[in-house]
Design a protein around this ligand. Structure first.
Ligand code: JFZ
Length: 429
């Protein structure tokens, strides 16, 4: 039998992931109705009954996953990850193990099934987010758990012996997801904390099941970690559930992510478009397309991916601001694709004016500054055959300014504005 546990096998599995670089995260669920953070049930310490109103009215009449998928493709995203179940425990899929699911609501649909079908049809790889935390399941510890909505409520003291029933349920649902929705490319578990990690989830057993059903699926590292810690993924002896990629959250690691020998390991920064994962109507603090593009370039320049989040509203519509940003990002990627997909960290150090990405012997310069003269290409003298603008294939002038003697190893290019292309006039005036 093929070994799935080795670091080599993991790197092999993530080949597509490290090439594709840019994915769409989708946070969508009952919390899209109150529209004040996906943690609303925990933040406001709502009981199951208080949260029930959202279940009773959930009716995403405008859910058209084909349109979501087209938007993702046109934005240049190559894979997508949907919240099949978030911490509130509500399932967007037709689980046999619970009644708390979309098929029992006014929606009456298996939203996950439609998602995977639509995104595959657009040529994207598909992934599912699955919350390890579950505030709905009665065997999930409540009293004293720092995140549970009922954490302070004496009535929610439960016999901790019964936690194994929750873990059975969780394993059963993961099995359903892996068996009923065709080939999945990625599982995104979320998240471990305190002593709720690793074998507490019976993670070795879970992994054996996952690999026996879908040997090629890749996973984040949150069966034993979270957005701040790495778990054992960067060590020489990662656990079987260490994951295939690290998942820094709302941060781009300054130096990328490396193992104990300093060798880069796959990682994916998950980033919100405004400041919330779930639809939050009052949050207008959207990042500009320019920022998103630069942050994507930054991830790639550090050997990482970006999983950019959208939060559709309760009817299934994607906010206008999100559409506008993704459209602009897509226009840029359409012209500059070559500098992102298949690219990674450059052998050349980060220049002052922006960033390099590199793919083999192709070097891409992402120049963020308006130049005041020739642009310095550190260490590149004699190593550049020619330079071209990616967006329009026009020639970029490799200049030989008077002071190259001061920088014997460096090349310079000219990106001057047209008025700088002045030539000496004939001396006939
Ligand atoms: C988790 C979720 O709680 C959140 O709602 C969202 O789904 C995000 C992608 O993942 O967020 C976390 C998880 C762990 C930490 C912080 C936020 N952490 O350990 O600091």
């Amino acid at each position: 039998m093929k070994q799935h546990n080795t670091v080599e096998a993991s790197r092999e599995r993530t080949r597509w992931f490290q090439r594709d670089r840019f994915g769409m995260f989708i946070h969508w669920g009952l919390y899209s109705i109150p529209s004040r953070h996906e943690w609303v049930r925990s933040h406001e310490k709502m009981t199951v009954d208080q949260y029930q109103v959202y279940y009773d009215e959930f009716n995403p009449v405008d859910y058209k996953p084909k349109e979501w998928a087209r938007l993702a493709r046109e934005a240049g995203m190559k894979y997508a990850v949907l919240t099949s179940k978030h911490h509130d425990g509500f399932c967007l899929f037709d689980s046999k193990l619970t009644e708390y699911k979309s098929t029992n609501t006014l929606a009456g649909r298996d939203l996950v099934a439609e998602f995977v079908e639509a995104f595959r049809a657009e040529g994207l790889k598909v992934g599912l987010y699955y919350s390890l935390i579950d505030w709905h399941h009665e065997d999930y510890p409540a009293y004293g758990d720092r995140y549970h909505p009922m954490r302070d409520n004496e009535e929610y003291r439960r016999d901790p012996q019964n936690f194994h029933r929750y873990v059975d349920y969780m394993h059963g649902q993961v099995r359903e997801l892996l068996q009923n929705y065709g080939k999945l490319d990625l599982m995104w578990f979320d998240f471990s904390y305190d002593d709720m990690k690793g074998e507490k989830w019976r993670a070795s057993e879970l992994m054996e099941m996952i690999r026996s059903i879908q040997p090629h699926i890749i996973m984040d590292n949150r069966l034993e970690a979270n957005g701040e810690e790495l778990g054992s993924i960067f060590t020489k002896e990662p656990t079987s559930y260490a994951g295939d990629f690290a998942s820094p959250e709302q941060i781009i690691p300054p130096e990328g992510v490396v193992d104990t020998d300093g060798i880069p390991i796959p990682w994916e920064a998950c980033i919100t478009l405004n400041n919330n994962w779930g639809y939050t109507s009052a949050d207008h603090l959207y990042k500009s397309a320019r920022t998103v593009i630069r942050k994507l370039v930054e991830c790639v320049s550090k050997n990482g991916n970006m999983l950019l989040n959208i939060g559709p509203d309760a009817r299934g519509n994607i906010p206008k601001a999100t559409l506008d940003i993704l459209t602009e990002v897509g226009e840029w990627l359409n012209l500059n694709a070559e500098s992102i997909y298949g690219c990674g960290q450059s052998e050349f150090p980060k220049p002052d004016w922006g960033r390099f990405t590199q793919n083999g012997n192709q070097l891409y310069a992402h120049i963020y500054e308006e130049s005041i003269g020739p642009i310095h290409m550190p260490g590149l003298k004699g190593r550049v055959k020619k330079a071209r603008m990616l967006a329009d294939a026009s020639e970029v002038f490799l200049s030989n300014p008077w002071n190259t003697a001061m920088f014997p190893n460096d090349a310079f290019i000219s990106l001057a504005r047209p008025e700088h292309f002045s030539f000496p006039l004939p001396d006939d005036r």
